[in-house]
Ligand binder design. Structure first.
Ligand SMILES: Cc1cc2nc3c(=O)[nH]c(=O)nc-3n(C[C@H](O)[C@H](O)[C@H](O)COP(=O)(O)OP(=O)(O)OC[C@H]3O[C@@H](n4cnc5c(N)ncnc54)[C@H](O)[C@@H]3O)c2cc1C
Length: 406
């Protein structure tokens, strides 16, 4: 058992901190108020290799392990959860799905531009009437893929192996509506999930495909530098070469992507919680009431001590879950535990740190108010906490042969 970062990971961490301080921190408040995407930051992140963080060198990636990549998300989220969510959507949901399930032709076509930041990725699963059950079972998906050119006969299983097989499917059209698609406005490539004649399929749809229309940015409570958009698909033409993972593989692709995203979002939550404690502790050391700094009041110490304990516990859950991904191990239970706990800690800690800062914590003059708004999303996106608890309970009650359904 090893609880320390490697020398290389320590070196990366120093580089990530430098980047976050120089390139992310200066514009974060302004972009949040203007509800603008940090395009400049993304360009600079691409130059550092962050947009291809976990991709192999062969596809112009930085070849980071998932632990180092989570350190990157944690560090970025300390300054801007929006930047971390934008990057995680691009890398964990979109690019890594292509890496895991794409054919060699698909990887070569899409991953280079994605690593270079020329093409931002988005993940389009949720629909107006398919929220939790889209994420959990796919049963409510209404977006349809209609074949216009027959599929060649296939042998073997419904899902194709991770090394691909996606290019042999037939061409067809997509029709439906996808909601709250993160990166919608800036995406060059949408990974769209739809019901197909042979099961749920995953489709790579470039933004300029006729029949794909991106709606306006949905106004949100937090994460205001991420664009969340409705995506309309009407008679949207998809060539056979753009089917990812072959017929029926869509559901597995979505599940694995959401497992990676669960850990990524928990890493972002960890970063926000750490930075909230730092900000509130500094405030408490300087704010004088009743003739002494409020840091000397036990109520304030307890808030900070409890929050710090929760953050330290979360840190090891996040790093362990990232390590499991690096080992090709871990299952729904492991990823749901870290996702649910990460969201709870991020929300609980920022909430208490607002209390430590009193009225100043509530005012938008301080970054804490933004962080509090931002982390609220972590209990919903990537599957709401209640559904992750169902997956956790499924494992617990399996021991007693109790079947738990969502
Ligand atoms: C900030 C943000 C970013 C997002 N980004 C994306 C994205 O990039 N791509 C994408 O496809 N989607 C995205 N989503 C959608 C997200 O995945 C869904 O919001 C989520 O899956 C929940 O669906 P819903 O909001 O429709 O809630 P619903 O499914 O309607 O649930 C409402 C409430 O009921 C509870 N509930 C539902 N079913 C059960 C059950 N069986 N047992 C117990 N409780 C239950 C839920 O936990 C929740 O509390 C994003 C959402 C947000 C808020």
């Amino acid at each position: 058992m090893e609880f320390t970062l490697s020398e290389e990971q320590e070196m990366f961490l120093a580089m990530f901190r430098d980047f976050a301080a120089k390139e992310v921190a200066p514009s974060v408040e302004e972009l949040d108020h203007a509800e603008r995407t940090p395009l400049d930051v993304l360009r600079k992140a691409a130059q550092q290799g962050f947009l291809g963080a976990t991709l192999p060198e062969q596809y112009f990636g930085a070849e980071l392990d998932y632990v180092s990549y989570c350190l990157l998300l944690e560090t970025l989220a300390r300054e801007s959860p929006s930047v971390a969510v934008t990057l995680a959507t691009h890398v964990s949901l979109a690019a890594m799905s292509i890496l895991a399930y794409g054919t060699e032709e698909q990887r070569e076509a899409w991953l280079g531009p994605m690593a270079a930041g020329e093409m931002i990725g988005a993940f389009a699963l949720t629909e107006p009437d398919a929220g939790s059950d889209a994420a959990q079972s796919g049963s409510a998906l209404q977006t349809r893929f209609t074949l216009t050119q027959p599929l060649p006969a296939r042998e073997g299983s419904q899902t194709s192996p991770p090394d691909g097989g996606g290019s042999e499917g037939g061409a067809g059209t997509l029709d439906g509506v996808k909601t709250w698609v993160a990166n919608g406005q800036i995406a060059g490539l949408f990974l769209v999930f739809a019901r197909a004649p042979d099961g749920i399929g995953a489709f790579l749809v470039p933004k300029d495909t006729p029949g794909l229309v991106v709606g306006y940015r949905e106004p949100t409570l937090g994460l205001r530098s991420v664009t969340f958009n409705t995506v309309y698909l009407e008679n949207c033409q998809v060539p056979g070469a753009n089917r990812l993972g072959g017929p029926g593989a869509g559901w597995e692709i979505a599940q694995r992507a959401q497992d990676r995203m669960a850990v990524a979002l928990a890493a972002a939550g960890l970063g926000v919680a750490e930075s909230a404690i730092e900000a509130a502790a500094q405030f408490a050391a300087e704010r004088v009431q009743f003739g002494v700094p409020i840091a000397q009041k036990q109520a304030i110490q307890n808030y900070v001590a409890e929050a710090t304990t929760e953050v330290e516990a979360l840190r090891y859950l996040v790093y362990r879950a990232a390590w499991l991904i690096d080992q090709g191990r871990g299952g729904p239970f492991d990823f749901s535990v870290v996702k649910a706990h990460g969201a709870r800690v991020a929300h609980g800690v920022t909430n208490r740190m607002v209390q430590v800062m009193g009225g100043y914590g509530y005012m938008e003059d301080y970054p804490l108010a933004r962080k509090y708004r931002d982390v609220r999303a972590l209990s919903i996106m990537g599957g709401p906490t209640e559904l992750h608890q169902v997956r956790i309970a499924q494992k617990v009650f399996a021991e007693w042969d109790v079947e738990i359904v969502p």
